[in-house]
Design a protein around this ligand. Structure first.
Ligand SMILES: *Cc1c(COP(=O)(O)O)cnc(C)c1O
Length: 385
């Protein structure tokens, strides 16, 4: 097959050529250090501040509330550890969910050795948290709640603004990992009511290795990197000017498409799900049926093997991922699908397809055909699975 079909946009996206174009001058002619006092520095600083405004405007924050980081992982680590260390005198208890990205889950685990304790609240079979569980978990030692805006594996969108009402009434800082929603669906920090929000460049057609964290004014947080005092002293290190410019431009482009692209993608997505239901049957859509990222499909195909499906699709030029053991970034089967109550067997036969801006209905027709054939093939040799 000559035309490859990329259906793994939740893992990463290509850099938009307009983003690459915006970045290029900042590697060469405009190479200044934004901290420098001369014209080279001033030019670089102006570009950084423009990008800061572009990011801020997409989430309805003040530019000063945006701190650039190296990506979503750093932003999550910053929010969790920064809040923990800044609030030690007040308490040592954190509340998060069982379906968080490792970049949230693992820092919470790490903090155990420093005397912090985390309650991981469960989700229902659609991947939705229960507000009553949060309310119940709160103690007078709770300093942080972190609930992701939308899940990267099965797409469920959480009621973050409702969590915010609870957090505010107890004076607890609230963080959300919005890596999968920023630039994909409307994200408004005021409407969500969060104190901290994580952003990544490479999930929204920007470069890898750049991200940002929104930190609301008056949030209690310790600096993540100590050094030259950049980023209001919260995140020292010479700024990644090309990356920042790229993230800003990517945010600006996303803003242009945010009212049309979600509906286009969800329409294509729904057609594909319908087609697969008709063609192969005996499948289970994982995640929430409606409160869901517009580009996400996560399906368990009974009596098949996700590893077999994924690698066979790869040979045919279709890129997607599976929640089964060996192919996920971490080791072992997906903790997210496990949290939905899926058996090892159902996790093992799951496929995640995530659409993007370049995805067409022709792509999905080819993918549907290919998947149907493979599922039938796999079921014919079912005893193996
Ligand atoms: C990709 C992702 C991250 C990590 O972002 P990086 O920029 O790759 O470090 C964190 N959280 C979620 C939900 C993600 O999808």
């Amino acid at each position: 097959m000559t035309n490859k079909i990329y259906l793994d946009h939740a893992a990463t996206t290509p850099v938009d050529p307009r983003v690459a174009e915006a970045m290029l001058p900042f590697f060469t002619e405009q190479f200044g250090n934004p901290s420098s006092q001369h014209s080279f520095g001033r030019d670089a600083k102006a570009a950084v501040e423009k990008a800061r405004s572009q990011v801020a405007s997409l989430i309805n924050s003040e530019p000063e509330e945006i701190i650039f980081t190296s990506g979503g992982t750093e932003s999550d680590n910053f929010a969790i550890k920064g809040t923990a260390f800044a609030n030690m005198a007040r308490g040592s208890h954190i509340i998060t969910s069982t379906i968080e990205h490792h970049a949230v889950h693992d820092p919470c685990e790490f903090l155990k050795q420093f005397g912090f304790e985390t309650t991981f609240i469960p989700v229902d079979k659609n991947g939705m948290i229960n507000l009553a569980d949060i309310e119940k978990a709160i103690t007078d030692r709770t300093i942080l709640i972190s609930v992701m805006h939308a899940n990267n594996e099965m797409g469920t969108i959480q009621p973050v603004s409702d969590v915010s009402i609870i957090a505010k009434s107890h004076g607890i800082q609230l963080h959300t990992d919005a890596v999968q929603t920023f630039g994909q669906i409307p994200v408004d920090v005021k409407q969500l009511g969060v104190d901290m929000l994580s952003i990544s460049g490479h999930k929204i057609y920007g470069p890898k290795g750049i991200g940002a964290i929104y930190i609301k004014k008056s949030t209690k947080i310790t600096p993540f990197m100590h050094g030259g005092g950049q980023e209001r002293g919260l995140r020292s290190s010479t700024l990644n000017v090309p990356g920042i410019v790229g993230l800003g431009r990517a945010a600006e482009i996303a803003a242009d498409m945010i009212n049309t692209e979600p509906l286009r993608q969800s329409t294509l997505r729904n057609n594909l799900i319908k087609k697969l239901q008709e063609d192969v049957g005996d499948l289970k859509l994982n995640g929430h049926p409606s409160s869901r990222l517009p580009n996400n499909i996560n399906i368990s195909f009974n009596n098949t093997d996700g590893e077999f499906l994924m690698s066979s699709l790869d040979i045919s030029g279709i890129a997607c991922s599976t929640g089964s053991a060996c192919s996920s970034a971490g080791s072992g089967p997906s903790h997210v699908l496990h949290a939905l109550g899926l058996s090892e067997r159902m996790i093992g036969c799951s496929l995640r397809l995530t659409l993007g801006r370049s995805t067409t209905s022709e792509d999905l027709n080819s993918a549907a055909e290919m998947i149907s054939d493979l599922v039938k093939k796999a079921r014919a040799m079912a005893p193996r699975f």
